[in-house]
Every structure is written in C-alpha cells, then in structure tokens.
Design a protein around this ligand. Structure first.
Ligand code: ATP
Length: 825
C-alpha cells in the first residue's frame, strides 16, 4: 500500500479515541469550516463567576429618612465692625449721662482704650464655608497664640451680607419645610452684642428673619391653601428671677407666667395670623415686653431667651381645627448672648442674669456636645443635659437630634472680641458634624407632643413617675433646674431628702434608659447587618442569574453543534460505505498482485491515503509498465530466436528473482537501473546517432544487443539455438558524453573485444585471443569469462553514458546488467 506523499484527505478527521480532557481540542479547531456554518454566532467565553465583584459591591447604607445624611446646618454671621464701634461709643456716652448701673472700675478704663484701637479685625472670611480667627498682636506676642481656621459652616455671612441674603440661605429652607408640613428650629448663639436679635427680628427698615418668614408665609399663601391651613404665632421668653429660678413669660399675653410640662408649655397664647402686618405688630409688641437692659456690650442687651413659634395647622375636612396632631412648627430662638463679666462689668442683678444666661448657653452647648458624642459612639449614652434648663427641656427633641435644626453663630469681628469669638467658634464648630439620623417621616407633626417612644413601657412608667415628682416640685414653686437647686441647697446646708430620692430615681431611670438605648442600638445594628446581608444576597442572586443565562446560551450553541456533527457523521458513514463498495469492485477487477495485496490492507482511521489514491497510483504504474513492455518488445528481436545470449551470473539475486517473477507473469519487464536511459532518451539518441553515422567513416556499427538474462538453464537453451549463426563481429560504441564514435582501436573493449572475435558455440565459455579477441571454444577456461565481466564493469564505470546498439536503436545500458549477445546487425 502506498501512503507516502499522498495529500491528506479532506473528508477524514483525525480522532483520538478517549483523549485527555485537557488535550481534547474544541470542535472548532479541527472541524471543517463548513461544519461551523450552522452555528448562528460563535459562543463567547463565559467569564468566571464574579464572586469577588459581588462581595466588593457597595451596599447602600440604610436610609432612614430623606434627611438621614443631613448634617446640622451651622451658619455664621459676622457683625459690621463700624456699627460695633458706634454702639460701644453710644454706650459709653449713655453711661456718662445716665449711669445706668454701678460702674465697674475695671471696665470703665478699659473701654476707651479699646475704642482708640485700630480697625483691626480678628475674623477673616476665607470662603463661604470657613473663617480664620487671628489673635490680636498683643496676644500673639505674649502667649504665642496662633491663628485658627474654622471650617465646615453651611454658610459664612460676612459683615456686608444683607438680611434678605441671610434669610434666603438660612431661613427660607426652614420656611419651605414648614409649608410642606415639617417642623424645624433655628437658634441664634453668640456673645452679647454680636447681632443675634438684629438678625432674628431686625428693625423697621431692615426686617430680620422672623418678619421675613412671616411675610413669606402669609403673603405667598394662595386662597385655596389658606382655606386649608391656619398659622399661629406664639412668643414667650425664659428668664431668671434674680438669677435663681427660671420663669417662662408669654410675650403675647402681657407677660403671663407659663409652665412647662414634658417639653410642652401650658397656657401659652397662640395668635392666629392673618396677614404680615398683623404678624409684625404682634412681634413688635412681644419684643417690647421682652426683658432687655443696657450693658457695656450692648445698649439693648437681651436678658432672656426668646422663643417664637409659627405653627401651621391643617384644617379638618369639615373645616374644624384639629387637636394639633396635623401641625408643623417653625421655632426661632434668640438666645441671650453669653457675657464675660470682665468685659461687661456687670454687677448685682445683672451679674446674676449673666450667670443665668451663661448657664443656659452652657447647657444648650452641652446638649449638642452630648448628641455629637453619642452619634460618634452609639455605645456612649446621651447625657440628659437638657434637664438642666427650661429652654433645653423645651427644645429636647431638637437637641436629641429628632427634629431638623439649624444654628446661627453671630460674632463680632473686632480684635477686642477675639476671646469671645474664638471661644464660641471652638465650642460650636464641631456641631457641624451632628447628623439628624432619626427624623420623623411625617410631614405634619404635633410639636407639643413627644414622638412615639420606642422604649419599653416600664421605662415610660418610671419616667412618668419622675415627671410627677418634678411637676410637684414645679407646682410648689421651685422652678429651678436640679443643678441650681442643688447649688442652693448646698449653700444653705440643707438636706432635701425628697429631692435626693428623686435624684436617685432619676439616675436609675437614666441608667435604665441608657441600657434600653443600648439594646435598641444593638437591635438597629443587627437590623442594618441583616439588611446588608440581604443586599449582598440579592446581588449574588443577580450575578448568578447572569452567569446561568450565559451558560444557557452556550449550551444552546453546543447542542446545535452536536446536531451538525451528527449529520456530518451520518454523511461520512454513507460515503465510507460507498468507498468500500468501490474498493471491493476494484479488488474484484484487479488482477495485479500489488493491488490485491493493497486491498487486503484496511485503511486506518488516521491515515490520509484512500483506495482512490491507490487506484490512481496503480494505474500509473501499470501504464508505465505497459509502455516499457511495448518499448522492449519493439527492440527485442532476439526474443524470436535469432539472437544468441550470453548470460552473466553476476546479476544479483534480487533482480534475477524479479526477472523471474515477471517472466513467469509474462511481463517481459526490463528493469532500468542506475545509468540506464529512459526509452524516450534512447529514441532520441538513436535518431541522433543514426544521423551522425555517416561521419563514422562509413563503418557500420556493430550491435551489442541487450537482452534479458535468463537462468543458466535457459541460457543454455538459447545458446544452443543460435550456435550455428555465430560469427565474427565488430562492435561499435558511442560515448555520448563526448559524443564521439569510439573506434575499434580505441574501443573500451580493445583489450577484451577483438576486431574480429570468434565465439565458439561448442562450449558456453568465452576466451580471449591475443589479448585483443576472444573466442569461445572448448579450450577456453571459465575464468576468461570472469575477466570479460570485470572488463565490462570497468567499462561501465569509465563510460557511464556508453551507448550501444540494440537492434536498430541505440540504448544506454549497463553492460553488467545485460546478458550480452554479440551478433552482427
Ligand atoms: N448686621 C448688623 N447690621 C446692622 N446693625 C447691627 C448688625 N448686627 C448688630 N447690629 C446692631 O448691634 C446692636 C447689638 O445687636 P443685637 O442686640 O442684635 O446683639 P445681640 O447679639 O442680640 O446681643 P444680646 O445678646 O446682648 O442681646 C444692635 O443695635 C443692632 O442694631
């Protein structure tokens, strides 16, 4: 079977049985292109499961409310320096004429000194959200105090900022919230004379936040909405009586006393608002009743905390007003400015007032600080500082971060106000980090009602018990906060047993509430954790679904492929059967041994040869043999018994056997060997040599005819057949390399083939005569023959292109392989 050099069959696929998983090639790399056509689109590589991506996915934090991430808005307003100077000047002049209160020897001398000072400022605005506070030169030199930068403010209003501008940025959002049914609070903090009251109330020409808010609320109200909503105004102040106890006065009710019960003021008058003018007149009359006094810092210094409530209430469906459950409140607080005794020079009652004012400011600040710390570290319980003043008790919900709130810090920019300004900003700037993480979702709130408590009922009960105690104390006329009471008791050296009991109970309640608060916080953390897990699982599920979808797509493509491959396999099987049939036919028709042999071999799966190739090859071989046979037949006349044959035994066994085979098959095949010319070459050379023969001096070339050898037995037979015809002959050789006729004298056979040689026919042996001829005779020995053979071999070696005549043709044959027959032509 011939397999070498045949081209690979396009219809055969090399399939390794049970290949290794990793080594198994994808069908696309080996399958014919046509097989891929049915696939709609080549499948994409499926990405690995994005587990890391899922785990790193950002899970949105729990959004409690719309404003859950909202920080406490802290605004800052810097008062005009010139006005400050003028005010101080005015105070100085008034003091000279009126001498309102006893002079403080320390302050009287200090004031003119400061007035003389330059227009240096201690506060400079860096940008809309930060300021730098620089100490005066004297402090910088002596105490090495450096400038400080305070930032994070919602807005810094410079001394040039107008009331309208402040309103738009600071109060307008709160007013809009109120109109949308959400409560809010604005509190103004700052040292005395820094412009809190001016900002909150303003003056006739320059209205402040309250008049502007009322104007917005009442003038913008369209008829339809007005028919649904009612606005109420209440205004009260909290002041101290001789600096000892706190009192609440209704400023709309001719200064009537009020009392507070659980953050709600009892007996307070609420005036219905109709129009801005009416509202303004109410405010103005209320302000007239407010406690003010002239101090060194301010000629009309507020001596009380003033609270204004603008309540918006929705009417019931039947037009009746409800029970405050559908209301929102905007609370604006004008705190009395913190005062330094050194600076104000207050004495006596003013000094007591100052203590009260400073105390309230301090408690207010402590509440905010506690809220901030609690928010930073939820494990830290929120301290109940609000209990220490009426104002903070009233504003408890705001100070516990349950309602939206904004702060306004007012400062004086003069260098003499450095300490006040620096102190305020240092205390209040951290409040910018306070967050409102628990804000009621409902638009309309009952501002006087506490929000639903999440603490267990027993805590509520205890708190009620404590409240009863407190109330009883208040009813008994002791309105002071526990801290003040304590101080008073300590001063008097009295032991108030009931108060101590109440305090112990209070502490118990506080600790219980703190624990409950912790439990609730833990619950909340757990809830958040669960929600986060839920989000992660959701994302996981989504990603899993995505990957599964891709796998499904891939599976569909693979199924299509399998289907296509199955079809191909079926067609290949039918084709294989067809080829087998063809092969069988060919086998039955072929008489060639090789062909039959090849048929016995089965074509391996991975072999590229096919029966068709074999058939083609065999056909070619057969036609070649036929051609050679024809050629041989045409040349070989000696086969008909004319020629004598001389056999050489040196013909190797293989060729001999081959020859025998062919003879036995009646092929008469002539094997060409190295140095033999093809039939076409021989023909060409014959023509050429025949044409050139006249040049060879008319000598007729002798014929050295080649013939097939035969066995000794046959040789003998053939030899006997032409004994009588042997005669002398002449041999002519042509060396085609030199294209010359070899003369007899120069004949390579000169030494062995004589001009005339006699061949004895009696014996089958050759003999030499005179070294130039040989005879075949009885007396010749066989070794002569050997010599001839040797000579012929030498001739072959020296003349590879030696032609001799065979019949009428010149052929190139190696003599060694011929059984020479010498005869005359
Ligand atoms: N931005 C300002 N523009 C014009 N005048 C101002 C401004 N700020 C303050 N004033 C004036 O300064 C004086 C003191 O201001 P205001 O009474 O508002 O201070 P205060 O902070 O309320 O002081 P206190 O705490 O003692 O009541 C007032 O006469 C006020 O008109």
């Amino acid at each position: 079977m011939e397999t070498k050099g045949s081209s690979p069959c396009p219809y055969t696929a090399a399939v390794r049985r049970n290949p290794h998983r990793k080594a198994r090639a994808t069908p696309f790399s080996t399958a014919p292109v046509s097989l891929l056509q049915p696939s709609a689109s080549p499948p994409q590589n499926i990405p690995s499961f994005p587990i890391e991506e899922i785990l790193s996915m950002e899970v949105p934090e729990k959004k409690l409310t719309e404003a859950s991430s909202e920080n406490l808005k802290v605004f800052m307003r810097i008062r005009t320096l010139n006005i400050q100077r003028e005010t101080l000047k005015k105070v100085s002049e008034m003091k000279k004429t009126k001498n309102t209160w006893p002079k403080n020897p320390k302050s009287t001398n200090a004031l003119p000194k400061k007035l003389k000072k330059s227009n240096e400022v201690c506060v400079t605005v860096n940008d809309a959200h930060s300021v730098t506070v620089s100490p005066p030169q004297s402090l910088q030199d002596g105490k090495r105090i450096k400038s400080e930068v305070y930032q994070g403010f919602s807005q810094v209003f410079s001394s040039e900022a107008s009331q309208r501008e402040v309103y738009e940025k600071m109060v307008s959002p709160l007013v809009e919230d109120l109109l949308n049914g959400r409560s809010g609070m604005l509190a103004a903090l700052g040292p005395s004379g820094s412009g809190k009251t001016h900002t909150i109330f303003g003056c006739g020409r320059d209205p402040g936040m309250v008049p502007l808010a009322l104007g917005r609320i009442l003038s913008q109200e369209d008829n339809k909405m007005q028919s649904q909503r009612i606005f109420y105004l209440s205004m009260f102040e909290i002041s101290s009586e001789k600096g000892k106890s706190e009192k609440i006065f209704d400023l709309l009710k001719d200064g009537a006393d009020l009392f507070i019960h659980q953050s709600s003021i009892k007996g307070m008058r609420e005036a219905i608002l109709y129009d801005p003018l009416q509202a303004e007149s109410l405010i103005a009359s209320g302000l007239l009743k407010r406690a003010t006094a002239m101090t060194n810092s301010n000629n009309q210094s507020s001596r009380s905390q003033c609270i204004i409530n603008i309540r918006c209430e929705y009417k019931e469906v039947n037009g009746e007003v409800g029970d405050n459950s559908n209301s929102a409140v905007l609370t604006i607080v004008d705190l009395a400015g913190a005062e330094r005794e050194k600076k104000t020079g207050n004495q006596g009652i003013r000094l007591l007032e100052s203590n009260f004012i400073n105390n309230t400011s301090m408690v207010f600040g402590l509440c905010l600080r506690s809220l901030l710390e609690h928010q930073k570290n939820p494990r830290k319980p929120m301290r109940k500082h609000f209990q220490n003043s009426l104002l903070t008790r009233y504003l408890r919900d705001y100070l516990e971060g349950k309602k939206r709130m904004a702060l306004l810090l007012t400062v004086r920019p003069g260098e003499e106000d450095y300490l006040d300004t620096s102190f305020l900003l240092r205390q209040a700037s951290p409040y910018t980090k306070i967050k409102f993480d628990i804000i009621e979702e409902h638009g309309i709130l009952n501002h006087n009602k506490r929000p639903v408590q999440r603490t267990p009922s027993y805590v509520q009960l205890k708190r009620m018990k404590l409240s009863k105690n407190e109330d009883s104390e208040i009813n008994q006329g002791s309105d002071e906060c526990p801290q003040l009471l304590n101080k008073e008791a300590a001063a008097k050296g009295m032991k108030d047993v009931s108060l101590t009991d109440a305090r112990v109970q209070s502490e118990e309640i506080i600790s219980i509430e703190a624990n409950v608060g912790n439990i609730l916080r833990v619950d909340q953390v757990e809830l958040e954790r669960k929600e986060r897990n839920h989000h992660i699982l959701q994302n996981f599920g989504k990603a899993l679904w995505k990957v599964l979808k891709e796998y499904k797509k891939k599976l569909e493509v693979a199924e299509n492929e399998i289907c296509t491959l199955r079809n191909c396999l079926t067609s290949e099987k039918s084709r294989s059967a067809e080829l087998e049939n063809q092969l069988r036919d060919w086998q039955s028709n072929c008489c060639c041994r090789e062909g039959k042999k090849s048929l016995d071999c089965e074509v391996a799966e991975n072999e590229t040869c096919t029966p068709r190739d074999h058939i083609t090859n065999e056909k070619t071989r057969f036609s070649k043999l036929e051609y050679e046979l024809r050629d041989w037949r045409s040349n070989c006349s000696s086969r008909k018994g004319i020629l004598s044959e001389v056999s050489f035994r040196e013909v190797d066994e293989f060729e001999r056997k081959d020859l025998e085979d062919h003879q036995s098959n009646d092929y008469n095949k002539v094997e060409s060997s190295t140095g033999d010319a093809t039939a076409a070459e021989d023909q060409e050379n014959t023509n050429e040599l025949n044409a050139a023969s006249p040049q060879w001096n008319g000598k007729e070339p002798a014929v050295l005819s080649g013939s097939c050898s035969s066995t000794d037995q046959e040789y003998r037979r053939k030899e006997e057949s032409f004994v009588s015809k042997l005669s002398t002959f002449q041999v002519t050789f042509v060396d085609r390399d030199m294209d010359t006729l070899l003369e007899e004298d120069h004949s390579p056979f000169d030494s062995v083939l004589p001009e005339c040689c006699t061949i004895s026919t009696a014996k089958s042996s050759l003999s030499f005569e005179n070294n130039s001829s040989f005879l075949v005779g009885e007396d010749q020995t066989e070794n002569k023959e050997d010599k001839l053979v040797t000579k012929i071999m030498e001739l072959n070696n020296s003349h590879p292109n030696l032609y001799f005549q065979v019949g009428k043709n010149w052929v190139r044959k190696k003599l060694i392989r011929l059984n020479c027959k010498l005869t005359r032509s």
